[in-house]
Design a binder for this molecule. Structure first.
Ligand code: ATP
Ligand code: MG
Length: 303
């Protein structure tokens, strides 16, 4: 891909992801239709697949520069209801990048060791190194989602009772905002994705998991149980996004009823963030250039 093609693609990517970016507290979940595909129709699906392929090529080039420059780290956080397609997005969008430059971590139910610490503890240890793209498949945001919907989980956290007040969610939002600002100021660039699937589409995907033998392994009866709390989750998501969307660490609320569309939007957003960093291969010093020339002469003169 030459410079001009790269620039044109970056411009397109920015435009595509823009409508889904949230940077302030005005957000309303009902403004985002999970089935939205902008001006594209399902006939554009093959085109979208092509766009993702070119996007992935571009992403790989940008990531190579990120790695070589070794200053910034990028943290991509994925949150969603079950079967919204987190795993598929991560697999597809990152498929072209060098595995050495990428660190994926899935946060599951906390272990007893995790519960012996503050909730950020297990996440802090997984913040990507400089030059790397880190991916959180779920994250500390679960502390304002599943833990808020199922308050009994909060009791298991062994927090001194006098600290567990009505204001705890607001306090968590505050702490998360501060934590993310701290990371940003240290060169960790954060982008957060909520893959917004509809309740109807989730049902369809669960049924597929039950009916297709090769998808059986993905099905957990507990997932269908969680559907009872759908409205509570949506409320928690909306409040979380309103309270933690900032200019430095925005949320992308991505329609997730059509997997091809979700993937294009996420790829576009990731391209956008890497481009923001104005990545360049490190410039080699004069003395290094002399060293290279001498080495070349040596090689050419020898056998
Ligand atoms: P899949 O899409 O393959 O089902 P998953 O991300 O749902 O992947 P699971 O092992 O099914 O992985 O679920 C992880 C579970 O851990 C989720 O139900 C999530 O709510 C829960 N979890 C994650 N973080 C926390 C937390 N801090 N406190 C309590 N539960 C958590
Ligand atoms: Mg699950």
């Amino acid at each position: 891909m030459n410079r001009k093609e790269m620039k044109a693609l970056i411009k397109k990517a920015r435009k595509l992801a823009e409508p889904f970016r949230v940077t302030d507290d005005k957000f309303r979940l009902k403004d985002i239709d999970p089935a939205d595909t902008l001006e594209f129709t399902s006939e554009d699906k093959p085109l979208a697949k092509e766009a993702i392929a070119t996007g992935i090529e571009l992403l790989a080039e940008l990531q190579d520069m990120l790695y070589a420059q070794d200053n910034w780290a990028v943290l991509l956080i994925f949150q969603a209801m079950d079967a919204a397609g987190k795993d598929g997005v991560i697999k597809h969008v990152m498929s072209g990048v060098n595995p050495q430059g990428c660190q994926v971590y899935s946060f599951k139910t906390p272990t007893s060791e995790d519960l012996d610490h503050d909730y950020m503890w297990r996440c802090v240890r997984r913040i990507p190194e400089r030059g790397r793209i880190g991916i959180f498949n779920r994250s500390y945001y679960e502390e304002t989602l599943v833990v808020r919907v199922h308050k009994e989980l909060l009791e298991k956290q062994k927090i001194p009772p006098e600290l567990v007040t009505k204001g705890i969610w607001e306090e968590r939002f505050q702490d998360i905002r501060t934590f993310e600002r701290y990371l940003s100021r240290n060169g960790v660039c954060i982008r957060k994705f909520f893959l917004h699937v509809s309740k109807k589409e989730q049902k369809k995907r669960f049924l597929e998991r039950i009916e297709e033998p090769e998808k059986n392994w993905k099905f957990s009866a507990n997932d269908t149980w969680e559907r009872k709390y759908w409205d509570d989750y949506m409320e928690a998501y909306e409040d979380m996004i309103r309270n933690t969307a900032t200019k430095t660490a925005p949320w992308y609320v991505v329609p997730a009823d059509n997997k091809w569309f979700t993937r294009v939007v996420v790829a576009a957003a990731v391209i956008g963030v890497l481009d923001n960093l104005d990545l360049k291969y490190p410039k080699v010093s004069d003395s290094k250039l002399k060293e290279l020339a001498a080495a070349k002469n040596g090689l050419l003169a020898g056998k």
